[in-house]
Each structure stands twice: as C-alpha cells, then as structure tokens.
Design a protein around this ligand. Structure first.
Ligand code: B1M
Length: 221
C-alpha cells in the first residue's frame, strides 16, 4: 500500500467509524514513516469535518457522528505519546475544560496533547464543566492560563458566564483566559472578553506562549 492509499483508507474508515481498522491503519502509517501530524491533518481531521458536513446535510445522524468520533479518539491515543514527546521543562500551567452543556472533547484533547508537547502542565477537567468547577480548579492549581472549549453555538455563551464567575470571585486578573472550539472566532473571543483565541491546537500553543511571555514581561517590568 502506498502512503496516499493508506491516508485515503484512514479517512474512509474514520468516516464510517470502523475503530479497529482505524487503529490498524494508524499503526501501519507510523510504521511506514508517516508522521503523527500527517495522519491527523491529512486523514483523521478532514474525515471528521466530512462527518460534520454529512450531519448538516442530514446524511449522517448522531450515532454515525458518535462512532466516527470514537474511532478518531482511539487513533489519538496511539498518537498522543508521539505528539506530546518532549524533553523541555514545564513552561506554564493550564487548566482546560469543555464548557457546561457540551460533551465534545476530541478537539480539547488534541489541544491538551499539543500543550503537553510544548512543555505545559495540563489539568484537564473533562467535559460539561460548570463555572464553579473551573473556579475550584483555579484556586487549587493556581494555573497561568484557563482554557475554555465550546463546540456548539448554544454553549459558546458559557465563555461569558465563566468569565463573569471569575470576575465575581475576584479572580479575573489571576489567569489568562483562552477560548476555542469549532464555531468560535476571534471576534467572539473579543466580545466575551477573553485574552486569547486560537483556531486549532498548534495555534493555541503559539498563542498561549505569547500571552504568557507578555504577562511575565509586564510582571517583571
Ligand atoms: Co457534534 N456537533 N453534536 N458530536 N460534532 C458538531 C460540533 C457540529 C459542528 C456538526 C455539524 O452540524 N456540522 C454541530 C454543532 C453546530 C453548531 O452548534 N454550530 C454538532 C451538533 C449539532 C451536535 C449535537 C447537538 C447533535 C444532536 O444531538 N442533535 C450533539 C451535542 C451534544 C452536546 O454536546 N450537548 C452532538 C454530539 C456529538 C457526538 C457526541 C456524537 C460527537 C462528539 C464525540 C466527542 O467529542 N467525544 C460529535 C462529533 C464527533 C462532532 C463532529 C462531527 C466532529 C468534532 C471533532 O471532534 N472535530 C463536529 C463536526 C465538525 O467539527 N466539523 C460536530 C475534530 C477536532 C480535532 O476539531 O473539535 O474543531 P475541533 O477542535 C479543534 C479547534 O476547535 C481548536 O483546536 C482543536 C484541535 O485542532 N480548539 C481550541 C478546540 N478547543 C480549543 C481551545 C482553545 C483553542 C483552540 O483554547 C482554550
């Protein structure tokens, strides 16, 4: 099988949610010398985008979306140690979670992996995280950054609710607030008063590093 054929098959099997084949092809791709990023960005992520497009058209329903998501999550577990391979020292701490009302976590988990790979300590609160839980975690772990993920237009308003809760608790200035997720835009992030936004996992790491550097420079001025 050529590399292109493998990527095509990985895309196709993810689309139909064939978990065992996706695991085999992910392992085979790595053995063939394909990098984890290639498998992710040239097969797995485009496939889930197509799942979403089919769902919107009414060709796929929730069960199809669920099995495709599970197949992708299995592949991500194989890729995780490779993506997070790092020898660097801890450069910052981030508390991450998907907001209340939202169960999507594949994108958040990918962001976490990239953060770990860049040397961040990640405290993952999981999905459906209520504002109080974010506050408790910030009190306990004293992170540099708190990251909110939302994947539905109906759960994006939780960003504002979380930021309001931080303000009410007198903790807004303690942490850098980053937001992201499929429907989120820079404009939306600005409107809710977040400090940073990124469209994907790599951009999230770059934005976090920059925000952290700026904050530390101000603190030492
Ligand atoms: Co859902 N779903 N889903 N779903 N699902 C979407 C998000 C949708 C866009 C599909 C569509 O219609 N095209 C749509 C939302 C529409 C909208 O609101 N605009 C949708 C819907 C409607 C729903 C339900 C309401 C369906 C229903 O029940 N009728 C329901 C909601 C349940 C709930 O949360 N309350 C639902 C359920 C599900 C499943 C459970 C079946 C499953 C989730 C499985 C899981 O996550 N464990 C699922 C899936 C798989 C999807 C799609 C197909 C794929 C999502 C995904 O994993 N993408 C999705 C379609 C799509 O996104 N095109 C869809 C791959 C992932 C790597 O990308 O998530 O964008 P993404 O993450 C990126 C960036 O967003 C960014 O970096 C990540 C990595 O590069 N990022 C950050 C994420 N967090 C960040 C944080 C940051 C910075 C960047 O800083 C802190």
């Amino acid at each position: 099988m050529t590399k292109d054929e493998l990527l095509r098959q990985l895309y196709d099997y993810t689309l139909v949610g064939n978990g065992p084949e996706v695991l085999d092809l992910t392992r085979a791709g790595l053995a063939m010398g394909l990098g984890p990023e290639v498998l992710l960005y040239e097969a797995l992520i485009p496939s889930l985008e197509e799942v979403g497009a089919r769902f919107e058209r009414g060709d796929f329903f929730v069960p199809e979306m669920l099995i495709a998501g599970k197949a992708m999550a299995g592949a991500l577990e194989i890729l995780r140690p490779l993506l997070a391979e790092t020898g660097v020292q801890t450069i910052g701490k981030i508390v991450m979670g998907t907001v209340k009302g939202d169960v999507h976590d594949i994108g958040k988990n990918l962001v976490n992996i990239m953060f770990e790979g860049a040397g961040f300590e990640v405290i993952d609160l999981g999905v459906q995280v209520a504002p109080e839980k974010f506050l408790d975690a910030i009190r306990e772990h004293q992170p540099d950054i708190v990251g909110f993920s939302a994947f539905l237009t109906t759960t994006m308003p939780m960003f504002k609710a979380n930021i309001n809760a931080l303000e009410k608790a007198g903790m807004r200035d303690q942490v850098i607030v980053m937001v992201g997720g499929a429907p989120v835009t820079q404009e939306y992030a600005d409107v809710v008063g977040a400090d940073g936004y990124a469209a994907d996992a790599s951009a999230a790491v770059a934005a976090a590093k920059e925000l952290l550097q700026r904050r530390r420079a101000v603190a030492h001025a």
